[in-house]
Design a protein around this ligand. Structure first.
Ligand code: FMN
Length: 137
């Protein structure tokens, strides 16, 4: 990306589908502010309220696999903390999302299985991209 795209906003409840898919996401509220890049999948960072930077695979778009309509920005934190993963809850927090690199465009898959297969690849790719740039902290 030519410049740093960054957004700030509150984490709100989405369709609550992500958890069932095995890829829970922190959905940014629609009144979030900042530079939203074009629809697609990105590697980046989610910065939580305490300032901790989490590596993330970020989705921007209307989730066409599920006939979504509204444009969403949602971040899946990669490699969540092992200890008390259930306590890792970002709902209600004001977070920042920094977009580092574009991975691909948004795709309408035939169903959740194909999407999940691709999300695994996205997460692997995001992990590699972010390991290369460091946390910037
Ligand atoms: N949705 C799509 O329809 N097509 C995609 O190609 C797509 N790629 C994604 C890649 C990643 C890494 C992530 C985290 C999400 C992606 N999504 C994609 C969005 C999912 O459909 C969405 O996270 C899921 O439906 C859960 O939505 P919810 O948070 O509103 O429950």
């Amino acid at each position: 990306l030519g410049r740093t795209h960054m957004m700030h906003g509150e984490v709100v409840h989405g369709a609550a589908r992500g958890r069932a898919l095995g890829f829970p996401t922190a959905n940014l509220a629609h009144d979030s502010v900042g530079h939203i890049p074009a629809d697609g999948i990105y590697a980046g960072w989610l910065v939580d309220q305490s300032g901790t930077r989490w590596p993330a695979a970020i989705s921007v778009g209307s989730n066409p696999t599920f006939a979504g309509v509204a444009r969403q920005v949602e971040a899946h934190v990669i490699d969540r903390p092992d200890e008390a993963p259930e306590a890792f809850d970002l709902y209600g927090q004001r977070v920042a999302v920094e977009f580092v690199d574009r991975l691909r465009g948004m795709v309408a898959y035939r169903g959740p299985e194909a999407l999940v297969d691709q999300m695994k690849l996205d997460v692997d790719q995001a992990r590699r991209v972010l390991a290369g740039v460091g946390s910037g902290a």
